[in-house]
Structures are given as structure tokens and as C-alpha cells.
Write a protein that binds this ligand. Sequence first.
Ligand code: SAH
Ligand code: SF4
Length: 346
Amino acid sequence: MEVMDARFLVGQELDSLTNILINEGGSASHAQKLSRWLYRKRLSDLRTIDNIPKILLEKVCLRYGVGYYQPIETFNAADGSRKYLFQNDNGQRFESLLMKSLRRTTLCVSSQSGCRMGCKFCMTGSIGFKGNLTAHDILNQLLSIPDSKSVNRIVIMGMGEPFDNSDEVLRAIRILTADWGCAFGKSNITLSSVGILDELEIFLKNPICNLAISLHSPFPEERKSLMPIEMANPIATVIDLIKKYPLPKPLRVSFEYVALGGINLSEQHAEAISKLLQGIQCHLNIIPWNSHENALFNTPNDDELQVFINLLNSLGVLTTIRKSMGGEIAAACGQMAGKHSGVSRL
Ligand code: SAH
Ligand code: SF4
């Protein structure tokens, strides 16, 4: 299915750029140069390009925009993270979060505006589905921001379910990782999904980045009550698929586990998780629940969390805790709602 946004250069793969340039009287080598300017040098104004004939560029510009658009609002948190709110020309709003640590700069990008998966603990799920993003919208979250060139890791963990918009998400990842594109290492990109079986199988047969699967409960009935996707896409089948098509090194699979105080942190949970993940080389990433006004769960206290983690470790499950950033600006995992503050405007 081709939904590609044909009005803009950003979001086009090298073969499409080649067709565009050949149609205007240019060549494949001009397309190579143009993709370098767009995706490596991250140039928003084609007029400064000096190694492609001006007349050819003018013809291209008559038909296509470059496709950069700026965030409509930027929010800064005291922890150094920064949230960008975007609005595309369909009026859909979505957010990205930039997080800096000593070793790396990570950008968390959205794949949809809103989400139709309806997970009970997630703010994005509670606002419902507003629309799919194009590869152009997804890449613009990286290319248009001032810190673009310092980003060395991308996680597709913002608003939306990536496998509910696979064509555009996979196109964006191909552009991010191609030599002619942004040239990110495949293992520096992670796609997080609840596990939609058909799309997951297509991905696993031709993996192009790391995979994180949202587990959240090892028990089918409980998982169903938290994540409706479990009804038609059981986690047990998701795991069978991952065992059938293991990711080739250096790509990694991990599981995410939102820690809901008093709900999914018992000894039985730890034991069932260790059984479920047996035979897969992976780690479990625990995310203490981030509160928001649209759901009533409890963030676990440190003791409850530590007991659970000790249990998992003693059962041989490699467990880490994800310290969510951006809580104060409603940008931590599961808090994104695409809302304008109504105060400042960039
Ligand atoms: N839709 C994808 C990716 C976006 S959500 C997915 O669900 O995997 C990224 C992660 O944040 C997921 O593991 C999700 O379950 C988790 N999450 C959602 N709401 C949360 C909340 N309120 N607190 C902590 N984690 C949350
Ligand atoms: Fe969608 Fe992920 Fe939120 Fe579930 S957790 S509603 S899949 S964004």
C-alpha cells in the first residue's frame, strides 16, 4: 500500500528521489547528492546546494516542497529533556521527546497522532486515534529540531502503535538507517510495539532495527484487561514468533513492563514472566507507571519495585528499570496527549 506523502522530498527513499530527478531531466547521481543534502546535511533550503545544477533544482522545487516544518511548541523540563509538539498540515498533533545523558542523545518519536489500541494505563490510548503519520512526519521530528545532529539514538515509543502504521514507519526506519539516508546504525533504533502478529511477522522476517515488546502481564486474562490487543494477538503467539525468527546480532529484543503498584508485581507474576521469556536472549525493562489524569493506577513504591526486581533476577530474568524523563512536562512514557499548553508559542 503506497500512502507515501508525494508532495515533499523528505520521506522519499532513494529510488523515488531518483525517479523525481530523472523526470526533471537529471540523473541517479543527482538523486544521490540530493539525498545526502536532505538526510545527512539536513538542509532545509535547496538554494544553497552547490553540486546540483540550479535549473534542475528549480524544476524540482516547482513540484515538491523540501518538507521541513517546525514544532508549534517546545517544553523544557528541569531534567534537561525537551518535548516538541508538532502539528502537520492535516491538523494532527503529535509529540517527540529529546533526552540527553552523558553517553547519548535519544529522540523518542511518535508514529501516529493518538492511538487506537486503548491500553488502560496510557494517556495516548485514552485520547483515541487521530490519524497515521507519514514517513515525512516521522522523519521531520528528527530533521527539523535544532539538536538534530546530536541525536544518536531513536526510539519509536512516542504516541501511537508503530505496527498499526507499518508501511510509513518502516519507510522512515529505512531512510534513517540507509547509507544514502541518515546513516544511523540499525541497533541505534528501537521500535516498541504491543505485538500485532501479521505486522510483527513481516518485521521479524526482515528486521531493520531493535524490537521492544510491551508485555505488562504474563497472564492472558489480566493482559486482556489492560491491553485489548491481547484478545486477537496473544502474547504467547507473539513470543513464539520471536523464538521462530530470532533477531540477528547486533539487533536486540527486549520486553517492556509497566509496573502498576499492587497489580502486576507479585511473585506469581515474576515466575510466569521467567517461564514466558525462557529461551529468548532478552532483557526486561521495567517502567514504573507514570501517572496522568485519565487513569487510576498506582506508581509502585521503591520497596515493592525492588522486591519484584530481586525476584526476577533470582529467576534469571535480566531486568533493568527505565527512569522516565519528561514527567514534569507530560512527556514521560504513556503521558503524551498532543496538547498545547495554551501559554507559550514558539
Ligand atoms: N505503542 C507502543 C509504543 C509507545 S508506548 C507500545 O505500546 O509499545 C511506549 C511504552 O510506554 C510502552 O511500553 C507502553 O506500554 C508504556 N506506557 C504507556 N503508558 C504508560 C504509563 N502511563 N506509564 C509508564 N509506561 C507507560
Ligand atoms: Fe497505544 Fe502504546 Fe499507549 Fe497502548 S501503550 S495505547 S499501544 S501508545
